[in-house]
Write a protein that binds this ligand. Structure first.
Ligand SMILES: [Zn+2]
Length: 228
């Protein structure tokens, strides 16, 4: 024990979802509603390096050498962070764990303070619909207004509704092939984690294709069950 004041009732959630599933939006809503803190691996590493903690110094050396930060270092950084007062109401982990090895290490870390993963929430998407949704996006080069081939085409073809501009921009990586490849990679990477948390009885599947508010309500129920 390291003197952590984190109460054992604080929920620990993992949010799993492919790019475009609305993970960031939902995490922010959970932060506002329940005071949970979203912990993303990238932010954690940057903060630890900036703060110059022991683990942060180790991470810095590894990154400066161009290597990947080891699971041990990430776990050490997470251990420090979870002991911070603002995490007392619970946390949402984003981007960690990515492998079952990391998931097992995380379980051991949480066990140190009598905690566990309360829910690993998979934001499930319909791949074909996602490809359609993401690959059809484009924006006005003049004012930045967002459009979509299918769902929000300009009222006058080729002309921005807001500024009447005719210069539109499409992100190169938003084409259908790239989106489909990204989803395949996500499923391949996440499948073992889904199975891992399913076996623990911690997996919750949420249909992420619905309205943002409905998804938020479902996630809220999951958090309340976790804290009950
Ligand atoms: Zn415009």
């Amino acid at each position: 024990m390291d003197g952590s004041t984190t109460p054992t009732t604080a929920p620990v959630l993992i949010l799993l979802g492919p790019p475009g599933a609305g993970k960031g939006t939902q995490a922010r809503m959970l932060e506002e509603q329940f005071g949970l803190v979203q912990l993303s691996t990238g932010d954690l590493l940057r903060a630890a390096v900036a703060a110059g903690t022991d683990a942060g110094e180790q991470a810095k050396a590894v990154m400066e050498a161009g290597d990947l930060v080891s699971d041990d270092i990430v776990i050490a950084i997470l251990r420090d962070r979870l002991a911070d007062a603002d995490c007392a109401k619970g946390v949402i982990l984003d981007g960690f764990p990515r492998t079952t090895v990391q998931a097992k290490a995380l379980d051991m870390l949480l066990a140190e303070s009598g905690q566990k993963i309360d829910a690993a929430v998979s934001l499930d998407v319909d791949d074909a619909a996602m490809v359609d949704r993401i690959s059809g996006r484009f924006t006005c080069g003049g004012c930045g207004e967002g459009y979509h081939d299918t769902y929000k085409a300009p009222k006058v073809a080729g002309q921005c509704d807001k500024c009447q501009g005719t210069d539109f921009k499409r992100r190169a990586d938003d084409n259908a092939k790239t989106v489909a490849a990204r989803l395949d990679a996500y499923h391949a990477q996440t499948a073992p984690l889904i199975a891992f948390y399913d076996a623990q009885g911690a997996l919750a599947r949420v249909d992420a294709m619905g309205a943002i508010d409905e998804i938020a309500t479902t996630l809220g129920d999951i958090v309340r069950r976790a804290t009950a």
